[in-house]
Design a protein around this ligand. Structure first.
Ligand code: NOJ
Length: 743
């Protein structure tokens, strides 16, 4: 068939809309990519796989980057990271358009929790259990970034984290595979929208593939070593969920997995991702992770590293210089197959077409749109709303919270009481503390008639107790005492592993000094990870865990402290009692010697010096109101594999305030061919009830709900009995029932 005779058919497919139109567009892009590939030299192809960092490329000190600029002009660079803003992206894109084939650059950046408007850190957002809020936060970040010329964010990080020593738990969704998968989907949808190419969206990246969160001893970049079963059950599902949600790219990871660096793992990238999962996007390496194959002792030199990485399925080399220096030679010498190179280039070009960059390479860099997006007051309002949802009320004795609006005086003490930079957290595009509301500022707004007695006590490092006396004096004078403690923004995040995850320095002693006044002490804690703080947990009147709540954090915290917002966050990670309990998860496997009675732990799977239970459990979080669960009904006691069963129950707000509850569905597979965890999250829903309101809720249970990876890694539901549990936390199961799966 001649090309022209296809035209009416293609047009008809477009008009038909839906998947027909999408398929026709895919075909059209494929044809364009093939035509372009035919025109490319070997060097130009390799160039598409080279990603360069733009730090200091323009402005003072940029002279030494002249050769990099020359590379861009020569078509030897396919993508840049760390270039941002309309003028910079335009300036650099213009260089790429001087190249022979005028292939536009892709601009990528770590837009992790906001671009200009700083939202709570991802672990905090996970604590909201609110998928719409998470989606919206990503969508606003995308809108701001896209208007500034960014095409692509290196987010979401979907690594499961069960070790709070690992500083990057801050960037993830916590310990749970099911919750993590739902959040991965929400973030991908938020960043990308329904279809790549919209001007207010960016491409997303599922990272770090894979098992990066399982770094031994919680030390960043360390090896991961686990059974394939564990990998498939716990670590891979959020990646699969992101792939199914259409995530444009994957990023591989720094770590080795069972002895093979993930960057050189054909099993992960070629067999699983591009093979079994049929993933069509491209894989970018992590920063210099191809080069690090040499440091790992897996490749003898950079040339071998390049060959290993491309063979394994790493398409783009981020700042590793392995591809740009060696790939062309290796293809010429036959060490790397031409088809391997072509496949990677194809994947990258497809995304450039899908983003519309061949139609208009500058379409995302728009000064008027940037101006409007970065100054939209609605974004701050939404950031405040999202931040409120992320706060977790861990403890509230004798209704110490909310504070009365009639308070005459309030002592606001602690290293983070007036902090601004710390509230933004790590991984922000550019700190702008003029946009940050501190806790003290938030409280001034929320309690206009209350005298605030502010005393720092000590800085975050809290090496000295010299300021404690002033803090105690303020506490003694005030009607109520609030202490704001925790980590500084740079204590969590990449390369921020901690062996001791207690409150830094003498912060716990500052708390003791205040508690010694005999006044109830209300604590707000900020951190990028679960901390260990038993002393505070024992003695504080109330504890509100605020993570790093973002630019609107002070307002959000104040909203909760005074009861303008009823706290609704729930922990996405277990809070251990001690570092000795780590790794820790509610989803522990059953043992032959479980603790059935805390009073008798002899020859039981237990510690002789600590309970097994965490200090605060996965799913825990209090409200200013109370909820009653009742009337559990399972639509039938026994189901066949193809059936669906409805688990319904009633939830009532039995308190005096409107409030949101996160109802959680867990199951336990009682007998299976592989020993199953004591419980697994399989569903959740967040909903708001007015005082006295009662609602009937339901979850669907089907074959998928009851399935797991068996010893052959098949996804199976085995016949037998299952326990069905509904509750408000993993340690607060309110309703239990049984369900049998028959053949
Ligand atoms: C290294 C980090 O591991 C990764 O998450 C990030 O996207 C890149 N650096 C680029 O900044």
């Amino acid at each position: 068939m001649k090309r022209s005779s296809l035209a009416p058919l293609v047009a008809a497919l477009f008009l038909a809309g839906g998947s027909g139109a999408a398929e026709a567009q895919d075909r059209a892009i494929e044809r364009k990519v093939e035509a372009l590939l035919k025109r490319m030299t070997l060097e130009e192809k390799v160039g598409q796989l080279h990603q360069l960092s733009g730090r200091q490329m323009t402005g003072p000190g940029s002279e030494k980057f002249a050769d990099k600029l020359a590379d861009i002009r020569a078509g030897r660079v396919g993508s840049m990271l760390n270039v941002k803003g309309v003028s910079e992206t335009r300036e650099i894109q213009a260089l790429a358009l001087q190249s022979r084939l005028k292939i536009p650059l892709l601009f990528g950046l770590d837009v992790i929790h906001g671009y200009k408007t700083v939202f709570p850190v991802p672990l905090g957002e996970a604590a909201s259990w609110d998928m719409e809020a998470i989606r919206q936060s990503a969508a606003i970040a995308a809108k701001e970034a896209a208007a500034s010329g960014i095409h692509w964010t290196f987010a979401p990080m979907v690594d499961i984290g069960r070790d709070p020593r690992w500083g990057r738990v801050m960037e993830g969704a916590g310990e749970d595979t099911y919750l993590g998968s739902q959040i991965a989907i929400a973030r991908v949808k938020g960043f990308q929208g329904e279809k790549l190419g919209a001007l207010d969206r960016v491409m997303a990246t599922a990272k770090h593939f894979a098992a990066y969160g399982a770094a031994i001893a919680g030390r960043d970049y360390n090896a991961a070593d686990m059974s394939e079963h564990q990998l498939h059950e716990v670590y891979l599902p959020p990646f699969k969920a992101a792939a199914d949600a259409g995530v444009a790219t994957f990023m591989n990871s720094f770590n080795t997995l069972n002895g093979v660096p993930a960057t050189a793992s054909a099993y992960l990238q070629r067999d699983l991702l591009k093979g079994k999962w049929n993933y069509k996007g491209f894989v970018v390496s992590d920063w210099a992770s191809i080069k690090e194959l040499v440091e790992h002792g897996h490749a003898a030199d950079l040339a071998q590293a390049a060959a290993q990485a491309i063979d394994a399925g790493s398409d783009m080399d981020m700042e590793g210089y392995a591809y740009t220096r060696h790939l062309a030679d290796q293809v010429r010498s036959g060490k790397v197959k031409q088809s391997r190179l072509d496949e990677s280039v194809r994947r990258v070009l497809v995304k450039k077409f899908e983003m519309g960059l061949f139609d208009d390479p500058y379409r995302y860099s728009d000064a008027a749109r940037e101006q409007a997006a970065l100054n939209d007051p609605e974004h701050a309002r939404i950031a405040r709303d999202v931040a409120r949802k992320t706060l977790v009320l861990l403890k509230n004795e004798q209704n110490a919270l909310p504070l009365s609006k009639g308070l005459k005086s309030l002592a606001v003490i602690g290293p983070l009481a007036e902090a601004k930079r710390d509230l933004e957290g790590g991984w922000i595009v550019q700190s702008d503390t003029s946009r940050v509301v501190s806790v003290v500022e938030g409280l001034r707004g929320a309690l206009p008639d209350t005298r605030l007695l502010v005393a720092q006590g000590c800085d975050v490092a809290c090496a000295s107790s010299a300021g404690f006396a002033d803090a105690v004096a303020a506490a003694k004078q005030a009607e109520a005492v609030l202490l704001v403690v925790g980590e500084s923004w740079d204590m969590s995040g990449e390369a921020k592993s901690r062996a001791d995850i207690g409150l830094p320095g003498q912060q716990a002693q500052l708390f003791d000094a205040l508690a010694a006044t005999g006044k109830p002490v209300i604590v707000v804690m900020m951190a990028g990870r679960p901390l260990v703080f038993n002393n505070v947990a024992d003695k504080a009147a109330a504890i509100l865990y605020a993570w790093f709540p973002g630019a609107q954090g002070g307002n959000a915290v104040a909203d909760v402290l005074v009861g303008d917002y009823n706290p609704s966050g729930k922990l996405p990670m277990s809070f251990p009692r001690s570092v000795g309990q780590i790794p820790i998860s509610y989803q522990q496997y059953r043992t032959g010697r479980p603790v059935v009675n805390e009073a008798n732990i002899v020859y039981r799977s237990a510690y002789i010096d600590s309970p097994n239970t965490p200090r605060y459990a996965f799913g825990h979080g209090l409200s200013y109101t109370s909820f009653a669960y009742g009337d559990l009904a399972i639509s039938k006691p026994s189901m066949k594999r193809g059936d669906k069963v409805t688990v319904s129950f009633t939830l009532a707000n039995t308190g005096a305030r409107a409030g949101e509850e996160v109802v959680q569905l867990y199951i336990r597979d009682k007998v299976a061919s592989l020993v199953r965890p004591v419980m697994e999250l399989k569903g959740f829903r967040k909903l708001k009830l007015e005082p006295g309101e009662r609602r009937t809720l339901s979850f669907q249970v089907d074959r998928d709900t009851l399935s797991f990876h068996n010893a052959k890694l098949q996804w199976v539901a085995e016949p037998g009995e299952f326990e069905i549990m509904v509750g408000s936390a993993s340690d607060a199961i309110r309703l239990r029932g049984a369900l049998t799966l028959s053949d």
